[in-house]
Ligand binder design. Structure first.
Ligand SMILES: Cc1cc2nc3c(=O)[nH]c(=O)nc-3n(C[C@H](O)[C@H](O)[C@H](O)COP(=O)(O)OP(=O)(O)OC[C@H]3O[C@@H](n4cnc5c(N)ncnc54)[C@H](O)[C@@H]3O)c2cc1C
Length: 459
């Protein structure tokens, strides 16, 4: 069924605003369960996918945005299977995690969970932590329990294991994944295994020994392949280049107005845009909801990817490096794309990716592209040997992700509840919020969230 692109007199069933992975996942799951629903997805840009950006250079397939799906169970991969998107695993090189410490590179000890040891022995021989740091970490096993109410993850880890383990082992892993400052991140959101743990964190994690690690997968053709498959399946229910500028309540739902002057009426609206955009759309009809959404902390980031001749680089073992914030670099990690995804890069090429975090180096990202490439190259050369790049690709993400600072889960819960209670002007219709800020932080979260929301909408 073709959904009306511009028919204010007609009311469709569901309008989805935002064509990132979240909006696409909601639409696809909805149509899978209820193929006759009149569903329309409107995306502001001329392309769908949002943060997903796969580019090709000299035959190499490179993701500038998300490059791996961290699936906790088979349900997450259901959509890929149903759409026939062939998934690949990263190479075994990802198991070798290397960390920079005072400019030197050493392997992350094995058996840690997000940098926190499950037994003290894991720390014993690593050169990454000093003897003093190790002795301090051992105090975790002796210190009495204390309440952790209101404490951030960084505060808990520092209290139990000391500053050095926090800065060198935990910070680079957690910050690389969640962004932001460890001392402000919410434990429940980023490290649920430590939620409510007031005593030894080493003992608390010991029980997770033997647990299956999440499976890492990605479409062989890069993350854009999944976006393209979703968009193909949705057909003309996806409208690109149509920015939603306002939502108004109607007796039986909502009316969405677009920047091009058109509008659509829908009984149910799912807003799958980053919280600041969602606040701009919903603030005028629900001031308190707008206020809550504006409190969600967002971060930006900039990907810089550089292509080299394989002979022009000398890189350590593994698929990249973690760079703790205390090293003073602009990025929390470096990925050797050719080592992580060998089938995507020609044998004679090496591809290096750094995702610059502006909170670490505000000056680096404000310059023009040439200055940015120069600055990133200079910083990369502090850690690895690189010749002159053959090509460079840059992508700036103004809304890279929401940062799960203390209170984040309560804020997004409140926003969702306020949205769900809004309804249309006459009580009909429903409004829902989707996206990585609510279900994320990653692709797996928004795929699972899209499925759950579609189930609720078709129940
Ligand atoms: C550099 C980087 C690396 C990452 N790496 C990983 C990774 O390896 N694995 C992982 O799982 N996750 C990763 N992530 C996170 C992942 O990208 C996000 O979880 C996911 O893409 C968010 O999808 P989304 O649909 O919620 O938001 P978005 O991708 O931001 O999509 C929102 C969409 O809404 C549209 N929109 C905004 N306003 C309007 C409007 N008014 N009207 C219509 N449309 C509008 C936007 O144009 C956009 O297309 C990474 C993110 C970045 C930036």
């Amino acid at each position: 069924m073709t959904a009306p692109a511009d028919s204010p007199a007609e009311t469709i069933d569901t309008l989805i605003v935002g064509g990132g992975m979240a909006g696409l996942a909601v639409a696809w799951n909805l149509l899978r369960r209820a193929p006759d629903r009149r569903v329309l997805l409107v995306e502001a840009e001329g392309r769908v996918g949002g943060n997903v950006r796969t580019v090709r250079h000299e035959g190499s397939v490179v993701d500038l945005g998300p490059d791996v799906l961290v699936a906790r169970d088979a349900g997450t991969l259901e959509v890929c299977e149903a759409l026939g998107v062939a998934m690949v695993r990263p190479s075994a090189a990802v198991r070798c995690v290397q960390v920079v410490r005072k400019g030197r590179i050493s392997k992350m000890p094995e058996g840690l969970v997000l940098g926190v040891p499950r037994d003290f022995g894991a720390l014993a021989t690593t050169p990454l932590v000093s003897l003093r740091g190790k002795l301090r970490a051992a105090c975790d096993l002796l210190m009495p329990p204390r309440s952790t109410d209101g404490l951030s993850l960084g505060q808990i880890v520092e209290r139990r294991l000391g500053r050095e383990v926090k800065d060198v082992l935990v910070e680079p892993l957690v910050a690389g994944m969640h962004g932001g400052d460890l001392d402000r991140l919410e434990t429940d959101a980023v490290f649920p295994q430590l939620s409510g743990v007031g005593g030894s964190v080493i003992r608390a994690l010991a029980s997770t020994r033997g647990a299956q690690p999440p499976s890492l997968r990605a479409p062989g053709g890069g993350m854009q392949a999944l976006v393209n498959a979703l968009a193909r399946a949705l057909g003309d229910r996806v409208v690109r280049g149509r920015r939603t500028v306002a939502l108004a309540r109607q007796p039986d739902g909502f009316r969405a107005s677009f920047a091009d002057g058109g509008s659509v009426r829908a009984r149910t609206v799912v807003v799958a845009t980053p919280p600041p955009e969602t606040a701009a759309l919903l603030g005028p009809i629900a001031a308190e909801l707008g206020d809550v959404l504006r409190q969600v902390v967002m971060r930006s980031s900039t990907s810089v990817v550089l292509g080299f001749g394989r002979g022009d680089v000398s890189l350590p073992e593994g698929s990249g490096l973690l760079v703790p914030r205390i090293e003073g670099a602009a990025f929390p990690s470096i990925t050797f794309v050719h080592a992580k995804w060998p089938t995507r890069v020609r044998d004679d090429l090496a591809v290096v990716r750094a995702v610059v975090d502006p909170s670490r180096a505000p000056d680096v990202v404000t310059g023009d592209d040439d200055a940015l490439i120069e600055a990133v190259l200079r910083e990369l050369r502090r850690f690895v040997k690189l010749g002159e790049p053959r090509w460079a690709a840059i992508q700036r993400f103004p809304y890279a992700s929401a940062v799960a600072e203390v209170g984040h889960r309560a804020r997004v819960r409140e926003a969702r509840e306020r949205a769900a209670s809004l309804g249309g002007g006459g009580g009909g219709g429903a409004l829902h919020l989707a996206g990585a800020a609510f279900d994320g932080p990653g692709i797996a979260g928004v795929l699972d969230g899209g499925k759950k929301l579609a189930e609720a909408l078709t129940a």
